[in-house]
Write a protein that binds this ligand. Structure first.
Ligand code: BYC
Length: 479
């Protein structure tokens, strides 16, 4: 491969720091994918966004001070490019059968298929999320939120570019075909759906969007962190850089949910009631409905870690393709040949904990980390309720609640963790997951607010604006 550096050359048709100009074949291949990408963005990217000047951050280098450069960008002229974190030429593989060997700069022949599958699966989620969110701009609660939506959308687009670069640069003809397919599958499409369940679910309103960016983007954090450990160095370096952007997406989710809950608390005071009906009449989302959204989005996202016991995951680990969260910091043999991990399983319709070989439980271990992290945000959300003197508390449902992947997919589990019959499940479903009526109510709140300094009545303004600007700054200028 060509010489790589940290700063990004924006004079090129495809901005990059991978020395694309020195590899004409690859450059031409990516340049022929580019118009298809732009066509996809026009058709399935953010609705009604063309011609706006949006205050966006664009990476100018992958150095600490270079990746967050803010300026107005006329949509859709955002410059999507290819940025890899700086190489560490001494890097060695830290886990699995190849532990201690030099990280690979090329794809090892024997791991070509599983590596391509991982990259395709990761790549598939990125445009999927843009598709899922495409109508939200039409009902934005404020200019600040509209700007954040576009920021996340352009970055997910760039994350797609990151995976497409790997496919084109390292996987030859089948890589190019996979890159085409990434633009052909679509979220929710019955014939050609996106690969993973969560990415075919609708994101119909802004509460769903904050939940998605809180819960589903957080899966992104954990999966990217596991891939950032990969022995395939270009993948590891791509994911390292993607992780810096992912943090902002989760921030939008967490602060979004907090702002919705805060406004609900204020309205509860205004209407002197905690009755959901009264809160709704006051123009806010009742806490019970927020909890149902948490239950839904948590359960959908928890499915993204695969089955509790996975031979795929064991193979990925053994082969050095995908590690554990912060692999290098873990204090063990990094081979997992003799260790076990406690795993929740369903046996005879009961939930039990079993020690299973740690190697086949690496997906479950990543899910454990994810759940701990998700729980921390719920704690912060509850502090908001507490600070308003509200007694209600949010909680994550049991990890087996509403699952479609893994050993609990075949049984019904209450948010508390108790196993129940199908009849009980059907009878109580509406208490735990958003009903059509809940969705319709939240839908009635979704009205577009685009005047600087104004915000929809169901959500509190953010504490801070973007990049030191006030929250009521004109983040989007309509031309
Ligand atoms: N839906 O052995 P298993 C993000 C399939 S999010 C449908 O249990 P494995 C982002 C699985 O593919 C991060 N199918 O687990 C967030 C397999 O199929 P095959 C995305 C599912 O293979 C917001 C079979 O079931 N990145 O970046 O270790 C906005 C048995 O699988 C699901 C990645 O996921 C599901 N939920 O695990 C934008 C990283 N779960 O192979 C972006 C790359 C499992 O038998 N992907 N299956 O046909 C992976 O590491 C793995 O593919 C998975 C699945 C962890 C997803």
């Amino acid at each position: 491969m060509s010489i790589e550096h940290s700063s990004i050359d924006y004079s090129e048709r495809i901005p990059n720091n991978v020395g694309l100009a020195n590899n004409r074949r690859l450059q031409r291949a990516l340049e022929s994918w580019q118009p298809n990408y732009l066509k996809w963005w026009q058709e399935l990217g953010p609705d009604r966004s063309t011609g706006f000047d949006v205050y966006l951050r664009t990476a100018v280098s992958v150095e600490r001070d270079g990746w967050a450069n803010f300026d107005f960008v006329n949509m859709p002229d955002y410059r999507w490019g290819i940025f890899l974190a700086k190489p560490d030429l001494e890097r060695t593989i830290s886990f699995g059968d190849h532990k201690g060997e030099k990280a690979w700069q090329d794809v090892p022949g024997e791991y070509r298929a599983p590596l391509r599958r991982l990259i395709v699966t990761q790549g598939d989620t990125e445009p999927a999320s843009v598709e899922q969110q495409r109508h939200l701009g039409v009902t934005c609660p404020s200019l600040y939120d509209l700007r954040n939506l576009f920021q996340i959308n352009v970055e997910e687009g760039r994350h797609l570019w990151a995976m497409v670069y790997l496919l084109h640069a390292y996987f030859g003809r089948d890589g190019r075909e996979e890159a085409e397919m990434l633009l052909e599958r679509h979220s929710g499409d019955t014939d050609k759906p996106r690969i993973l369940g969560a990415f075919n679910e609708p994101t119909p309103d802004w509460l769903s969007y904050y939940m998605f960016t809180y819960f589903t983007d957080r899966d992104g954090k954990y999966q990217l962190a596991a891939l950032a450990e990969s022995g395939f160095d270009p993948l590891a370096r791509t994911c390292q850089f993607m992780l810096t952007e992912e943090a902002h997406h989760m921030f939008v989710g967490e602060t979004g949910i907090i702002r919705v809950a805060q406004r609900t608390c204020e309205v509860m005071k205004e209407v002197h009631s905690d009755e959901p009906k009264m809160v709704r009449a006051g123009g806010a989302v009742d806490l019970e409905t927020i909890q149902k959204y948490i239950n839904l989005h948590f359960s959908i996202s928890v499915d993204l870690f695969g089955q509790e016991i996975s031979t795929n995951a064991a193979t990925y680990f053994n082969s050095g393709l995908k590690g554990r969260f912060q692999e290098a910091r873990l204090d063990d043999d990094h081979l997992l040949s003799n260790s076990t991990w406690p795993v929740l399983q369903v046996h005879d319709g009961r939930v039990i904990i079993e020690d299973r070989p740690a190697l086949s439980a690496v997906n479950e271990r990543l899910r454990d980390e994810y759940i701990k992290d998700s729980q921390r945000g719920v704690g912060r959300l509850n502090s908001v309720l507490e600070s308003h003197g509200v007694e209600y508390r949010f909680a994550l449902p049991h990890r087996f609640f509403n699952r479609h992947i893994g050993s609990s997919a075949a049984i019904n589990v209450k948010p508390s963790g108790a196993v129940i019959s199908e009849d009980e499940w059907q009878a109580q479903l509406g208490d735990w997951l958003p009903t059509a009526e809940d969705l319709a109510f939240v839908g009635t709140l979704m009205n577009r607010v685009t005047e600087p300094g104004k915000i929809a009545a169901w959500i509190a303004p953010p504490v801070r604006g973007v990049n030191g600007k006030p929250w009521d700054y004109e983040y989007v200028r309509f031309n």
